[in-house]
Ligand binder design. Structure first.
Ligand code: NAG
Ligand code: NAG
Ligand code: NAG
Length: 454
């Protein structure tokens, strides 16, 4: 079966001009920037073949130990760049119309998706036009929301290096360049050893393997789904939702939001909310900005559109809780490095007073294999035990608060400032200027074609 949607999927890949920088950066648990999946740096250049494989630290996770905990684990040696596509599980068929998730008592039944058609949505994997009546309506709603959108110009593609003024302007609070957050951002869980489990960029052909493992071990996650993937595999999103996972917004096309105009951001969020609503009958209250690319302009639009931004935990100016799993498939890192990152994440988590949120993905086979075969079995065996839940639950919110239609409206819109209880982290942009010199980000390629044949 040819997966035509994948041929259109932009695969964001990064290359670094100086492989030594990659080496140094990859010694940390992970880095912002240059962290391959955290930095918004689109450019037209092709990625280089420089690979992390040559210079990465070896894993301190005992792979033989963790592998034995999941008998179905894919061998580490098989989780490599350009892995041949393994057979996937059969994609689910649509559930009966009206099915409800058992974890949300007042949820409406899911709608009929047999008539759902991509023709009624924007083109996949690119920012939607803003002149459609639908987007114009959302623009009007935002302008009537009472939320003031700060007058910050869209960033140029290329991240912090390409936008030196914005990168050091603390009043923009641009997370990418220094990790600035506001008290409206969720970046941590409430309690120590609580892990708000998240997977980004799906649903995708290997998502059923992830769902199957999560079900076996009775774990639930927050899934930040991309609208273009939702319209491609709507029945899979229904299965995620009905299995008790939290569905949240990860935009329509996965472009870095700070590079878009206000109207384009509204279209990215609006179409993503709409497609999820058309598939599930409910509208998420949480979103994750692709690449963590958020500033006060994007935050204000999220607030106006009833979306709470969820980033991932950052411990200091150079280290975030990014496993790097996205980059195994393209050879920019390897599985040993990802397990090394995971080990550092757990070590750092042990020093924190609150819980944590980690960046992982279900887009590629490699990241699903490392999650189900190694990271999750290892996490489940940890002492003291990790309390692994969706983000909504680790904030001590009822699951019904994950959706507009089901929250009881005593908290609708959600009381953002109280989220997490520990979110007063208005980030100083510590050392951003100094790091600018050290950071060499050469290229991001949007690769429009991927010869994935199943
Ligand atoms: C920083 O950004 C704010 C908008 O958030 C703008 O008003 C201000 O002029 C900027 N400062 C500089 C030095 O560019
Ligand atoms: C950031 O934290 C990591 C992990 O704890 C540590 O290795 C690194 O030295 C810290 N870096 C800075 C700049 O504090
Ligand atoms: C809460 O308000 C929304 C509209 O903002 C509505 O769709 C929803 O039905 C309300 N929820 C409940 C439980 O009444």
């Amino acid at each position: 079966m040819k997966l035509t949607a994948f041929h259109l999927l932009p695969l964001v890949s990064f290359a670094f001009a100086n492989p030594n920088h990659l080496h140094q950066q990859r010694q940390a648990a992970s880095s912002i920037p240059p962290s391959s999946s955290t930095s918004p740096q689109p450019s037209s250049s092709a990625p280089t073949s420089s690979s992390a494989a040559s210079g990465v630290a070896s894993s301190s996770v005992s792979s033989s130990t963790v592998a034995s905990e999941n008998p179905t684990a894919v061998p580490l040696a098989s989780i490599v760049v350009n892995v041949p596509s393994a057979p996937t599980q059969i994609m689910p068929t649509p559930v009966p119309v009206g099915s409800k998730p058992s974890n949300i008592p007042n949820a409406p039944g899911v709608p009929d998706i047999s008539t759902l058609s991509p023709v009624n949505f924007p083109a996949l994997d690119r920012p939607a036009p803003t002149d459609s009546p639908q987007v114009q309506q959302w623009i009007q709603e935002v302008s009537q929301s009472g939320v003031t959108i700060p007058n910050i110009a869209p960033n140029a593609p290329g991240g912090c290096v390409a936008n030196p003024t914005a990168a050091v302007n603390s009043s923009n609070c641009w997370w990418t360049c220094g990790g600035c957050t506001r008290n409206t951002d969720v970046t941590n869980c409430n309690q120590k050893y609580q892990w708000g489990l998240t997977y980004d960029d799906g649903p995708a052909p290997y998502t059923p393997d992830l769902l199957s493992y999560l079900s076996q071990v009775d774990l639930h996650a927050t899934l930040f789904v991309v609208g273009s993937r939702v319209i491609s595999w709507p029945a899979l999103v229904q299965e995620e939702y009905l299995s008790g996972h939290q569905i949240a917004v990860h935009t329509w096309s996965h472009y870095p939001l700070t590079t878009l105009t206000n109207e384009q951001i509204i279209a990215e969020l609006g179409w993503s909310k709409k497609v999820i609503h058309d598939v599930l009958g409910v509208t998420p209250t949480m979103m994750r900005p692709p690449f963590g690319d958020i500033d006060d302009r994007v935050r204000a639009i999220c607030t106006a559109m009833n979306l709470v931004p969820v980033i991932w935990t950052r411990v200091n100016s150079t280290t975030t809780f990014d496993t790097g799993d996205f980059d195994i498939h393209n050879g920019l890192t390897n599985v040993q490095q990802v397990l090394f990152n995971w080990e550092n994440i757990v070590s750092n988590a042990a020093t924190m007073n609150d819980g944590f949120i980690v960046l992982e993905h279900d887009l590629f086979q490699q990241s699903v294999d490392v999650a189900t075969g190694y990271i999750l079995p290892d996490a489940l065996a940890r002492q003291p035990a990790l309390n692994i839940t969706p983000v909504i639950s680790c904030l001590n919110r009822p699951f019904s608060d994950a959706y507009i239609e089901t929250n009881d409206n005593t908290s609708n819109p959600l009381p953002l400032a109280s989220y997490g209880g520990n979110q007063a982290k208005n980030g100083a942009i510590v050392g951003a200027a100094a790091r600018m010199d050290a950071i060499v980000i050469a290229a991001v390629a949007i690769i429009g074609a991927m010869a994935l044949t199943l």
